[in-house]
Ligand binder design. Structure first.
Ligand code: NAD
Ligand code: UDP
Length: 312
């Protein structure tokens, strides 16, 4: 198949491309390199079945493809809040353009949505039926409301134009290739512990998140794309940890002497988050296989080798 991956030079997109290329597909990666980088996909550059297009999805593009994995959008709060208007344009105009493309060429379209559509949830864990608790005028809304509109657009193209859609709600995902300056919690703590600077815990660290290793996530994503259910379907690891527990775990694994520095909690930071993955289990036969300790070990090894490479 010819498969388009928007945001393919980013963290999750590049791991997805590795799987698709190994399966023998013809893959087009579309990226504007805002938070992605050529080095994430450089190992495929000489492969005739791989094509890289530098393109901003807020502008339309004409391509012939069978499937579209639509991932283009900065995912770290630091980056999506850097230019919030652009984040909304990417989610709304960008998704509109990609759905228009899917409609024209009759491609199946998978939207990488997010657990952020549940906002600061007052239902726990979060099932897909929960409609969320989102602040539409807060600093996270360019992203969470943007993704909510993206889901609406996908469903309206489905109902109105028969576009074959899949909606995936991704919960916090981590793993090798996250950038040092990504700004999300797992990469921040690992980089800080490796560099011997204090681990920055926001608030008192009692807020929770559930962390999914990227290989598990990509497996769930591909099962959703190639299965019969349109979703939305939560994909995440239900193992739930407080941010303080995460800091202490990484501290123990890398540097027991590393200090913790408590910083202000950002506005609208969700207090708790855990996916209900009953649907993913029953409809996709999917569940995560890599626990936090194993996933962190693999991620730490990757960061360690990159940081040492820079030093030498
Ligand atoms: P990432 O920031 O590493 O990757 C996003 C990619 O999209 C980057 O390569 C970036 O350059 C590209 N991009 C951004 N705006 C673009 C635009 N206008 N045009 C073209 N390319 C553009 O993030 P990620 O963690 O790999 O996330 C991928 C997708 O998964 C995103 O849509 C994100 O919202 C979603 N998601 C991720 C997580 C997570 O924990 N990683 C959680 C929920 C949802
Ligand atoms: N966080 C933290 N220190 C950091 C970065 C993040 O304590 O250096 C906290 C953040 O306040 C949030 C959690 O970790 O409660 C997850 O943050 P992240 O940005 O990774 O993802 P999101 O908030 O979008 O789930």
């Amino acid at each position: 198949m010819r498969i388009l991956v928007t945001g393919g030079a980013g963290f999750i997109g590049s791991h997805l491309i590795d799987r698709l290329m190994k399966q023998g597909h013809d893959v087009i990666c579309l990226d504007n390199f805002f938070t992605g980088h050529k080095r994430n996909i450089s190992h495929w550059m000489d492969n005739p079945y791989f094509e890289l297009i530098r393109h901003d999805i807020t502008e339309p593009i004409r391509l012939e493809v069978d499937q579209i994995y639509h991932l283009a959008c900065p995912a770290s709060p630091v980056h999506y809040q850097y230019n919030p208007v652009k984040t909304i344009k990417t989610n709304v105009l960008g998704t509109l353009n990609m759905l228009g493309l899917a409609k024209r060429v009759k491609a199946r379209f998978l939207l990488a949505s997010t657990s952020e559509v549940y906002g600061d949830p007052d239902v726990h864990p979060q099932p897909e039926e929960y409609r969320g608790n989102v602040n539409c005028i807060g600093i996270r809304s360019c992203y969470d409301e943007g993704k909510r509109v993206a889901e609406t657009l996908a469903f309206d193209y489905h109902r109105q134009n028969n576009v074959d859609i899949r909606i995936m709600r991704i919960f916090n995902t981590y793993g090798p290739r996250m950038f040092e300056n990504d700004g999300r919690v797992v990469s921040n703590f690992i980089v800080q512990a490796l560099k011997g600077t204090p681990l920055t815990v926001y608030g008192d660290g009692s807020q929770t998140r559930s962390f999914c290793y990227v290989a598990d996530l990509v497996e769930g994503m591909m099962r959703l794309m190639n299965g019969d259910h349109i979703g939305p379907i939560n994909i995440g690891n239900p193992g739930e940890y407080t941010i303080l527990q995460l800091a202490e775990t990484i501290q123990k694994m890398i540097n027991p002497d590393a200090e913790l520095a408590f910083k202000a909690l950002p506005q609208d930071d969700p207090k708790q988050r855990q996916p209900d993955i009953s649907k993913a289990k029953s409809l996709l036969g999917w569940e995560p296989t890599i626990n936090l300790e194993k996933g962190l070990k693999l991620t730490i090894e990757d960061f360690r080798s990159r940081i040492e490479e820079v030093k030498s």
